[in-house]
Design a protein around this ligand. Sequence first.
Ligand code: NZQ
Ligand code: ZN
Length: 387
Amino acid sequence: MLNFDYSIPTKIFFGKDQIQKLPEQILEFGSRVLLIYGGGSIKKIGLYDQAIKLLRETNIPFWELSGVDPNPKIESVRRGIDLCHNHQIDFVLAIGGGSTIDCAKLVAAGYYYSGDPWDLMIGKGQFENALPIGTILTLAATGSEMDPIAVISNPETNQKLGMGHPLMAPKFSILDPTYTYSVPKNQTAAGIADIMSHVFEAYFSNIKSAYVQNRLAEAILKTCIHYGPIALEEPNNYEARANLMWASSLAINGLLSYGKMRKWSCHPIEHELSAYYDITHGVGLAIITPHWMEHVLEDSTVEVFKNYGVNVWGLNPNEDNYAIARTAISKTKEFFITLGLPTTLRSVNIDEEKLKLMADAATKKGTLGEFRPINNQDVLQILKSAL
Ligand code: NZQ
Ligand code: ZN
């Protein structure tokens, strides 16, 4: 296991009606709030009314940035920063899924940066302070509620980039699984694929001595496999929604990747698909992941695939390692199909045209992953096999 410094600073308020703690939590950090949300799902489920009632009752003034898109755009961030400056905002509250939360994170960081916030995403500028952030999560997927990462798109440059900084970790997040009852089937499924992919990015690693992290990872994968289909069948099943919600946070908050290298493979590929075609993140991951697995399966990696097959899918450990690995990969693909997720790029309207462009862009800074490093030619092959 490699050395690591543990720090997961976000306070979590998990369970039904935890929103009651919202005012006291905000007041610990600020007094004038920018409320950020997406296209209106929070209004449909009554969460918006509930939140603003609590703010009004406690005399916390607030302003709003609404209409944050899935795959949030830099333009929303710019608008948010302007609102913060114009109204002396000192606290950012995101209510929604990963897109809303990520937008809030860059608003919070960009507030203290004098240039354009996109500079921070491309490493052209730095920030030494950020507004405090709180979140109310409505979709189990990205783990943004408990990590310090923001993923933002710039349609002008066809870029979708991730950036992490400890100052962007939310101070608190309210996780009430009942808010996810209304998440439609396709987003629920995409969220599950995203959670599983976050686990895979840490699990498929050459640091095999991180035994505890690997067993925790398997438990989270089994949770997704068990509760995913239940949540799709019974959207209001509290147990299923609660387990998926907590799995989303645990998959990426650091627990699984501490003691390992953090060099991801499928995510950088998917970010190019979203950058060029604006597809749903989890859908892209579900398409790419089985092809990535097939591509990197070789003598140096087969043992981890065997563990995955035996410990997660319950395969017979006495079979040949490659046979176990291949069955585990097909089971992964079949599971995504059971969730109703697409399996080919063509089914999300992506053809050959930009595959090379995307493969080159994904590997612009070098090879991806440490498990079995892949270069632009590997990525191109993976994309072609996913067509
Ligand atoms: O915009 P609204 O109206 O809220 O609707 C959203 C949106 O259309 C809807 N939704 C959310 N909660 C709902 C709901 N609909 C009904 N009921 C609810 N309770 O779902 C749609 C998708 O929302 P979005 O926030 O885009 O989804 P998600 O949470 O999957 O976030 C995806 C974004 O996060 C990034 C992705 O790349 C993508 O841009 N990621 C962020 C990460 C991070 N910060 O650590 C890591 C991830 O790997 C990922 O890259
Ligand atoms: Zn993801």
